[in-house]
Design a protein around this ligand. Structure first.
Ligand code: PTJ
Length: 243
């Protein structure tokens, strides 16, 4: 039992949930280490949404609304951390939600889809095929889903698939607290923010942005600049951490 007055209460509750989801098989064991890396980077940005992340989140909303066939890709960590937030974003932007796993088993796909449905997500399921040019199980996706997408939102990704999707001519939005990761540097747009802050911010922007604001955000997208700003925000904070 975690005492609610513990200074790291929220973080400990989330860890407990991740561990429980790992025991059920929803989160992979490897996903727990990915979560720890995310926590470390979140610490460095002060566990808050930075100015550059806010711009990235508004741009992500503009891109999702402009897309012809947007798909939100879900792995075990994303489902465990943010199933209700995925449902809200789907309602706001109308994207397809599809499960795509690195440590893939049919049982895990089924469990994660059930968790998402329970949270109100309309899950795009059905026959998966090995359609993405990858030598691991992330190649498995649906022909009418991710394979046909013009834009894919990939939270907590490992770099390979992001590169493959970009090579296929798709726009990729990554949500990744590590601005140095291969995913962050390869994506069309990277949101350097914690998943459970980023998803509601993107969903809110979907309803708040005017058509001209959306156009301006898309026209002025510069991911290299946004990543540099994220690094400056981290290092500035670190430089003054003991002041
Ligand atoms: O469920 P599976 O089988 O598909 O496996 C998924 C994992 C997470 C194991 C897989 O995608 C993976 O190995 O990811 P990586 O390469 O560790 O990358 C995850 C990235 O997400 C890292 O750069 C972390 O810093 C970042 N990250 C972790 N937690 C969060 C996060 N970013 C935003 N919000 C978080 N909560």
């Amino acid at each position: 039992m975690i005492p609610p007055d513990h200074p790291r209460y929220r973080s400990l509750v989330v860890r407990e949930r991740m561990a429980a989801c790992a025991r059920q098989g929803i989160v992979s064991w490897e996903g727990l280490t990915a979560h720890g890396r995310g926590e470390a980077f979140d610490y460095l940005i002060g566990e808050r949404t930075t100015d550059s992340a806010r711009v990235a989140e508004r741009t992500a909303a503009a891109m999702l609304l402009a897309a012809r066939h947007p798909v939100i890709s879900i792995n075990g960590n994303t489902a465990a951390l943010a199933a209700p937030e995925i449902a809200a974003l789907q309602r706001a932007c109308g994207a397809i939600v599809e499960v795509n796993l690195f440590h893939r088993t049919e049982e895990r796909v089924r469990q994660i889809e059930a968790l998402l449905r329970d949270a109100g997500v309309a899950v795009f399921s059905g026959e998966a095929e090995q359609l993405l040019p990858l030598s691991h199980d992330r190649a498995w996706c649906r022909r009418e889903g991710m394979y046909a997408a013009d834009l894919v939102l990939v939270p907590l990704e490992d770099g390979d698939r992001c590169e493959a999707l970009v090579r296929m001519g798709k726009k990729v939005i990554a949500i990744d607290l590590n601005p140095l990761s291969r995913t962050a540097r390869t994506a069309t747009l990277t949101v350097v923010d914690e998943l459970t802050r980023a998803l509601p911010a993107i969903a809110n922007a979907c309803t708040a942005l005017s058509v001209s604001e959306r156009k301006h955000l898309i026209d002025s997208l510069d991911n290299h600049y946004l990543l540099q700003e994220a690094i400056v925000e981290m290092t500035t904070r670190l430089a003054h951490a003991l002041d």
